[in-house]
Design a protein around this ligand. Structure first.
Ligand code: SAH
Length: 246
């Protein structure tokens, strides 16, 4: 399992976040993938306030309680909203520049840590993985490693709130049928690479997972998955809890 951190030279999203924070604007944050056409992430969206967040994210922030971990926290938008609600939150990210900006923005506990670092062993009541938070898992084959890590970090009655999307709509035909190669890789396994100005990151795996598949892997790995809410476009929020007495 990759548990490394990003270096300053390979941190395009962090560079964009830092530019936007210090200058109030940013250039294009480009996203490349072997599976899709070139795209871009509007950097301002990474600084969304509670009011600007999609309802699924607002719901997760409302439900979050106790000691909270914001995993892959980016600019710290969720962590800051939680602090405003007087909730206790720790924010982690592999991006050095994002963590620096979080600290500058007033996130009280912001650390450059990889979720999969074996020395990272705190305990939380709520773990938040938002903005297609399942992405950090990378590939379906890493589900066992992910749930293993969650068992270490989560208190027994704790909950992981994770949002994701079912990418099947990308394979939908005009007649409403779906063209998915069942023998191929899972259709939510995407490779991405980002670039901001001259800063180009390495290619990384990012997992989009439909609720049924997530539920299946959760069950196999000692967790239950509950569907909390669905969004407008194949997106959803799930709550993952540890099965007790097994
Ligand atoms: N949650 C934020 C940012 C989402 S982008 C938001 O909703 O705006 C995903 C973030 O996860 C990036 O900042 C990336 O650096 C971070 N990340 C990716 N893999 C990670 C890992 N293994 N551990 C911690 N953070 C990770």
């Amino acid at each position: 399992m990759d548990s490394s951190l990003l270096s300053l030279k390979k941190d395009p999203m962090g560079t964009a976040i830092s530019d936007y924070y210090h200058h109030g604007k940013a250039a294009k944050l480009r996203v490349y993938s072997s599976q899709f056409d070139e795209d871009e992430i509007p950097v301002s969206q990474l600084f969304r306030t509670y009011e600007e967040m999609p309802p699924l994210e607002q719901r997760a922030l409302q439900l979050a309680k106790g000691k909270i971990l914001d995993c892959g926290a980016g600019s710290g938008c969720h962590a800051l909203a939680l602090q405003d609600m007087d909730k206790e939150v720790q924010a982690i990210d592999i991006s050095p520049l994002s963590v620096e900006v979080m600290q500058q923005r007033g996130v009280k506990q912001a650390f450059q840590i990889n979720l999969f670092d074996k020395n990272y062993l705190e305990k939380f009541d709520t773990i938040l993985m938002l903005m297609n938070g399942s992405g950090i898992i990378g590939k379906l084959e890493r589900m066992p490693i992910f749930f293993q890590k969650m068992k270490q970090l989560l208190n027994p009655d704790g909950c992981i709130y994770m949002d994701s999307s079912d990418l099947r709509y990308l394979f939908e035909e005009e007649d409403g049928s779906f063209l998915i190669d069942l023998a191929g890789d899972y259709y939510g396994e995407i490779d991405f690479q980002m670039q901001y100005k001259q800063v180009k990151g390495d290619v990384f795996d990012w997992l989009y997972v439909d609720f049924q598949t997530l539920s299946h892997y959760a069950n196999e790995n000692g967790f239950t998955a509950e569907l909390i809410a669905e969004g407008d476009h194949y997106d959803y929020l799930a709550c993952l809890k540890m099965k007790l007495y097994q």
